[in-house]
Ligand binder design. Structure first.
Ligand code: ZN
Length: 456
């Protein structure tokens, strides 16, 4: 159950504002369970940056949240890149002369180097070995390897299996093809009261890897689904696309939209049990940086803050100097910092419904903080107004500790000179934006505060 008080805020503040009350925690649990079930269902699909598996994934996600699908044709120039040929694969395996098969695609979609060229050839074990990829320090896990932009072929397998391969000749078979086609990009737009946009991006091209990035995709889809029945101040645009080439293609084909984007988040790696981590935008000081970190530090104990680096996921594209959008990245354990990253051990079993639900809730609270952020003017600024006679203050004074709600009222009254935004006051007071927004709504109702300009 979630109580969204859009109506009340409409009267006090002029435009609808998303509000997420405490009961949203209950919905977070059921959302987390639904996300984990969706991830388990999609985990085996043979995805890549183009092709059938990607389309099948989008089609399934579209049953949860309506998606507009765009196909960007092969050969389309997008900034310094070109949309590659479409890849499809039917089967792949290594067959020893004894008839025993290894690295069969049917056992794991990670067994073939993603985007491999077709091959049908006989080799000795020594000739084959340069084509085999394994992880000696994780001998039971299959690595995830790709070769999108160089026409190669190869197999990935557990190091223990690689070491046990018998001498002799092998039949290497990859029945794949590259050809003209297109790259699939999916979008969902939730219309708000204004054309100012919040962009939410998740990459959706990885095959059997759960945290990276079915977790980010599932959180994005369920955020979109939650917003469908809510009034918001911002328009929310959810974009699912392949990593790197997908975000670059989206940026290159949405030039007219970019000026509308006021805030954005890249979502990835949101299902593991580590604490939430926010990586800032390129500038490190935009509103989404401040709002996100404020929400995380006041409401999600253990959360961490990372400065921007030009390494990681699609924040590299959104924060490239010629684009420079105000977008950060929300993860739990960052890429490369959990041992299962880019291996067959990144399964739904390392995720938890609670983590997914908490990630989803954190995003909503970030949206809430962005939506609520605006300035107010104290209409009774000479001395403290008498709150008790308005029913806003406890009747009996003298207590040692000021109740938190009253603290919020006093902070709002003291700082509301028309210049300090809700987020400024939240940062200075250490109180959550939502509590200050509640206090502001009560003070507006009592005619002690009036909204002035919105902060965007
Ligand atoms: Zn990845």
């Amino acid at each position: 159950m979630t109580d969204v008080r859009a109506g009340a805020e409409t009267a006090a503040q002029g435009t609808p504002v998303l509000r997420v009350q405490a009961q949203a925690a209950n919905e977070a649990d059921s959302r987390g369970a639904a996300m984990l079930a969706l991830i388990r269902e999609l985990h085996p699909v043979m995805r890549s940056i183009t092709g059938r598996g990607l389309r099948d994934t989008i089609q399934r996600l579209g049953q949860v949240l309506p998606l507009n699908v765009t196909e960007v044709p092969t050969g389309t120039p997008v900034f310094d890149w070109t949309v590659p040929e479409e890849w499809s694969i039917e089967e792949a395996y290594l067959e020893h002369e004894s008839g025993r098969r290894f690295a069969d695609l049917r056992a794991s979609t990670l067994h073939v180097v993603n985007y491999s060229a077709p091959v049908d050839t006989m080799l000795t074990l020594d000739e084959l070995k340069p084509r085999l990829h394994s992880l000696p320090d994780r001998p039971d896990w299959i690595p995830y390897r790709t070769s999108y932009y160089k026409r190669e072929w190869g197999f990935c397998l557990a190091h223990r299996e690689l070491e046990s391969l018998p001498e002799g000749r092998y039949h290497a078979v990859i029945r794949s093809s590259h050809g003209p086609g297109s790259m699939t990009i999916a979008e969902h737009v939730h219309d708000g009261a204004t054309e100012d946009e919040v962009l939410v991006f998740a990459h959706d091209c990885h095959p059997a890897l759960a945290n990276d990035n079915l977790a980010g995709v599932a959180v994005a889809i369920h955020l979109g689904d939650f917003l469908r029945r809510r009034k918001t101040r911002y328009t929310y645009r959810f974009v699912l696309a392949p990593a790197t080439i997908g975000s670059i293609a989206w940026l290159a084909t949405h030039g007219e939209h970019l000026s509308r984007i006021r805030h954005g988040l890249v979502l990835s790696l949101l299902g593991d049990k580590g604490p939430l981590q926010y990586k800032t935008s390129r500038t490190g000081s935009c509103l989404v940086d401040r709002a996100t970190w404020h929400v995380l530090r006041t409401e999600f104990p253990g959360a961490g803050l990372r400065d921007f680096t030009p390494w990681g996921y699609d924040e590299r594209q959104f924060c490239s100097p010629g684009i420079d959008l105000p977008m950060g990245r929300l993860t739990r354990t960052p890429n490369g910092e959990y041992s299962e990253y880019h291996t067959s051990a990144d399964t739904p079993d390392i995720l938890s419904a609670a983590s997914l639900g908490q990630s989803w809730l954190a995003c909503l609270k970030i949206f809430e903080a962005l939506e609520a952020n605006r300035c107010y003017l104290n209409l009774s600024p000479k001395g403290e107004p008498q709150l008790g006679k308005r029913g806003l203050y406890r009747a009996i004074g003298g207590q040692k500790e000021l109740p938190r709600r009253e603290f919020a009222l006093l902070w709002m009254l003291n700082q509301s000179d028309g210049k300090h935004s809700l987020l400024d006051i939240a940062e200075r007071s250490g109180l959550p934006v939502a509590e200050l927004a509640d206090a502001a709504a009560d003070l507006c109702e009592a005619a002690l505060l009036a909204p002035t300009q919105e902060a965007v």
